[in-house]
Structures are given as structure tokens and as C-alpha cells.
Design a protein around this ligand. Structure first.
Ligand code: CP
Length: 317
């Protein structure tokens, strides 16, 4: 058994051994992508509901593809066309779905704690696909998988996360997961977005407001989206000013260690937090992140459904 809980709600509560176990299974599913037939029949007869209450491209499609490639039955819930619009509560909606005998609920919601709340009241497994500014564990896992593909063991590796850390669930999941695996994390951005108190998240976490200092010895830059819809725009005078101070440009990339690479969880604000030349350039691994996302989600769904890692034929170390 790799996962001790029935739910995946965040990396803060996921032990390092579980993270590594999930990534090992994800690597095996990633290999399935290269086959002519990309699906496996192991979730036949199981039902997964994608319960998204916020816009999403990558996470929603990635979960749906993961479910399809595992041959699960899928229901996509749309808040805009549901009785949510008539005032039905989140809990009532989820309990009604559960009454129809579903096996798993994938939840994205704007409120921190929403996935945990549903996990408490439902018997089926819940995966947090992003809850407000709290956590986005599957993004954290796919980011870590992408780093480990290039760097191997992350102990002692330096990861700099740049941007709107205060509003970022991606940053939180990265910080918890990376530090558990022994990486050192530097958080960089303007003080309005990267309060010094964030260094209290762990002894392997530091805050550095000067971009050049923050990236000088980094193995990885993880560049976060400026979340204008969550009020991040108030944290700096203009997009142009942000780009000038904290944008990852070709000039910044030229100053990196030769093997360092650039990540972005998407969606990108081109020429705000990342210059187009970098977003499309040779040092980025952004679409590898996306591909790994499907594999990570296949692994989690498989394991939460009681899948036996030994049945896949790989190690689970
Ligand atoms: N990275 C991410 O969560 O993207 P979406 O909002 O498109 O799902």
C-alpha cells in the first residue's frame, strides 16, 4: 500500500515515501504513452467525477485523459449548468453525486479547505485539483517528477520559485514536496507577494527579493503565473514594471548555471512573468510538465482505487 489515506488533499500531509512511491508508479504509466495503444483496462467499471468549480485547461483535461487511459467511466460536472446555479450547496451537490455510487471525486474549488471538507463528508476518495490559495498537490507532484527526470535525487538541489507566492497553491505544494525530498527552496518576488514570513515554512526555505541573487546558483527556476484574478495585480505598479524587475528573460537565463532549466505550471502570462523567447526556448521543460501531469494523475487514481503496484511490474522504492 503506497497511499495511507483514502484521499489526496495536499503534499503537506504526504510523507516523502508516499511521494516517491507515487512518482515511481507515474514513471511506469509515463512509459505507456510511448506505446501505440495508450490505455490500459485497469479501471474498467469504476466511476470518476471531475467536479470543477473554477476554470481549468491543463488539470481538467489531464485528469480526464488519465481516467480515460485507465478505462474508467467519467462524468464531467459543470457548475455553470448545474443546480449550483439554483443555490444548492457544495456539500449537497457532492452528496447527491456520491449517492449515484461514484468511486472518486476530483475537486477544484476557489475556497481553501473545500477538498478536505468534501473528503470528510464523503465515503469515496477525493483528489484535490486545486483549492483556492491552499494546495495543488497533483501540480506539485508533476513538477517534482519533471525535476527528478533531469536531476535524479533532489537532495541538496536548489529550486527557485519566482512570483506571486502569497497567492499560490502551486508554490505551497512545491515547497512541501521539495523540502521533504531534501531540496533547498528559494522564494523570490516583490515583498508584497513574497512576505519574509514565508521562510518559516521550513529550514530549507529562504526568501530572496533580488532576482539575480535568487537564481545565481539555482538548478531549477519554477516561474509562477501572476494571478491577476486573485488580486495579485495590486502587489506591483504595472505588468511592465513586474517584467522589468522579476520577469524571466533571455538575459536572466544567460546568467544561470549551464544545466539549469525553467518550468512554469501554466497558464502563462507571456512577457509578464516569462518572456516569450524563454517560454519557447531550449531551457524550458513546460510541455514535459504537462505530459507528466497525466502520468501522475493516472498513478494517484490507480493507487486510490486499490491498484497493486506489483501488478504493474516495477519497483516501488
Ligand atoms: N497548472 C494548472 O493548474 O493549470 P489549469 O488552471 O489550466 O488547470
Amino acid at each position: 500500500m503506497i497511499l495511507a489515506n483514502k484521499d489526496v488533499l495536499g503534499l503537506e500531509e504526504m510523507p516523502a515515501e508516499e511521494i516517491l512511491g507515487v512518482l515511481d508508479i507515474a514513471a511506469q504509466f509515463r512509459a505507456v504513452f510511448d506505446r501505440p495503444v495508450r490505455s490500459v483496462p485497469i479501471m474498467r467499471g469504476r466511476t470518476v467525477v471531475n467536479f470543477f468549480h473554477e476554470p481549468s485547461t491543463r488539470t481538467r483535461i489531464s485528469f480526464e485523459l488519465a481516467e480515460k487511459r485507465l478505462s474508467a467511466d467519467i462524468v464531467n460536472f459543470s457548475a455553470a449548468t448545474s443546480s449550483f446555479k439554483k443555490g444548492e450547496t457544495l456539500r449537497d451537490t457532492a452528496e447527491n453525486l456520491a449517492a449515484m455510487k461514484i468511486d472518486m471525486l476530483i475537486v477544484r474549488h476557489g475556497s481553501p479547505g473545500s477538498a478536505r471538507y468534501l473528503a470528510k463528508v464523503l465515503e469515496c476518495s477525493v483528489i484535490n485539483a486545486g483549492d483556492g490559495g491552499h494546495e495543488h498537490p497533483t501540480q506539485g507532484l508533476l513538477d517534482i517528477m519533471t525535476m527528478r527526470q533531469r536531476l535524479g535525487d533532489l537532495r541538496g538541489r536548489k529550486v527557485t520559485i519566482i512570483g506571486d507566492i502569497a497567492h499560490s497553491r502551486v508554490a505551497r505544494s512545491n515547497i512541501w514536496g521539495l523540502t521533504k525530498l531534501g531540496a533547498e527552496v528559494t522564494l523570490c518576488g516583490p515583498p508584497t507577494m513574497v512576505p519574509g514570513a514565508l521562510a518559516k515554512l521550513g529550514e530549507k526555505v529562504r526568501v530572496e527579493h533580488d532576482l539575480r541573487t535568487a537564481v545565481a546558483d539555482a538548478d531549477v527556476l519554477n516561474v509562477l503565473r501572476i494571478q491577476l484574478e486573485r488580486g495579485a495585480g495590486k502587489g506591483f505598479p504595472s505588468n511592465r514594471e513586474y517584467h522589468r524587475m522579476y520577469g524571466i528573460t533571455e538575459d536572466v537565463v544567460h546568467g544561470l548555471k549551464p544545466e539549469a532549466f525553467v518550468m512554469h505550471p501554466g497558464p502563462m502570462n507571456r512577457d509578464v512573468e516569462i518572456a516569450s523567447e524563454v517560454a519557447d526556448g531550449p531551457r524550458q521543460v513546460i510541455l514535459d510538465q504537462v505530459a507528466n501531469g497525466v502520468a501522475v494523475r493516472m498513478a494517484l487514481i490507480y493507487l486510490l482505487s486499490g491498484g497493486d503496484p506489483r501488478a504493474l511490474g516495477g519497483s516501488t522504492a
